[in-house]
Design a protein around this ligand. Sequence first.
Ligand SMILES: Nc1nc2c(ncn2[C@@H]2O[C@H](COP(=O)(O)OP(=O)(O)OP(=O)(O)O)[C@@H](O)[C@H]2O)c(=O)[nH]1
Length: 483
Amino acid sequence: MFKQNKRLIILISALLIAGFLLTSLASYFISVASLRDHVANNELPLTSDNIYTEIQRDLLKPIFISSVMASDTFLRDWVIRGEQEQTEVTRYLKELKEKYNAFTAFFVSEQSRNYYHADGLLKQVRPNEPRDAWYFRVRELPSDYEINVDFDMANNDAMTVFVNYRVYDYEGKFIGVTGVGLAVDAVKKMITHYQETYDRDILFVDQQGGVRLSSAEISDSENYLKELERDAETGRLLKEIAVADAGSFEYQLSDRTVLLNTRYIKEFGWYLLVVQSEVAGTGELFNTLLINLAACALITLIVLVITNFTISSYQQDIERMATTDKLTGLYNRQALDILFRQLVLNLKRRPTEMSALLFDLDHFKRVNDQYGHLAGDAVLEQIARLTVSRLRETDIICRWGGEEFLVLLKDCDIAIARNMAEELRLSVLNNPTDYQQKQINMTISVGVAGYRPEDTRDQLIARVDKALFKAKRSGRNQVAIDD
Ligand SMILES: Nc1nc2c(ncn2[C@@H]2O[C@H](COP(=O)(O)OP(=O)(O)OP(=O)(O)O)[C@@H](O)[C@H]2O)c(=O)[nH]1
């Protein structure tokens, strides 16, 4: 029975745990996947679009100013006249710089190779100077202008957009390059915003796969981007991205899943990468999973406790019903079989005297006939109570038949058993049952027998029954001993 219980409890636990685990984990993984999907396919491309729009808006202004400068007759005339008064061009550049709140405004003359800016003549550009390479590139440019994104050393290396516009004289001859440099403020702010708000990093990667600008540099925080740059495989990935035009990528970096969206910014010639490490919200989902699992564990525990309690109490009820007599609450015959076996085993280990009493109510049929069956029941209950009150806790009493009771007295020889039987007889005699304002007198006949080590249960019963029969035959209301 105990084994079956254990098996049932294990089965219920396994079913509950498996069910809860399956549903909790399935819902967790589905939620994480849909969150990742949402971030990769909606949020990151949207961030990328926003940044791109800001870049384009930021670029309109310097392009416009530079084109105005390139077609300005003052500048062209001044060059044609031979760059006489340098203060004139310096004032002109200073005015423009201040008016448009630019980082810088410049003009480089093809004839003198002089680099003029708002504060005067800066230097002369030279073909073999790497920092002047931009000029010689623009010189050969088939289009009117180029956009060059660079870090302005004069402004804490701020990301600056230079618009380099070609200048022609009135015959269409190339006479120099002019333009302004403006900070990409809005882009910078957005990058910082995405970094801080969404834990989302923005990288600008050039066509060779090198990281040119990233939110990690802006926020100056310890960032996985450092790890990303170091990581050989990721380095390869960046190069792969650089050759793809646009797309969404997902990859594992150390212990994290990283989602990445990329697009080509033709104005810069760079790729814009929006990267999110560990989708924000996954942590919350994981916490929810843990709470779910804890709740499931609690429910499983409660169900198991209730099941165990219910089974045990049913089991106890069944056991009690199977081994006790409903009317008197005493053991029945089935119980006696088990108890007798245990007693005999104990006696074999520790031999002591044991005696048995078998008593029967005298003319009990008459009680039923005269007062009714319920009165008979009351008498039976009363005699059971009387007997129990006279026995020791270690003694065993059982309702052997309708109005027959069997008592096994442990550590008790036949002489003492006889005395007890006599006391019991007197007790029944002197304690009539009160039933519906009537007193029902009753006597009992008792048979007494001592247990012999070779006795089986039936042999002992047979001897004590013989003694009872003797008591009955000798006139009832008396005790007889088996001899
Ligand atoms: N009220 C009641 N009567 C019972 C119960 N069990 C058995 N009896 C009755 O007990 C009576 C026993 O009758 P008999 O076996 O003739 O014995 P008796 O009348 O006691 O006569 P002797 O044993 O010879 O003294 C029967 O009438 C049974 O119906 C019970 O649980 N309740």
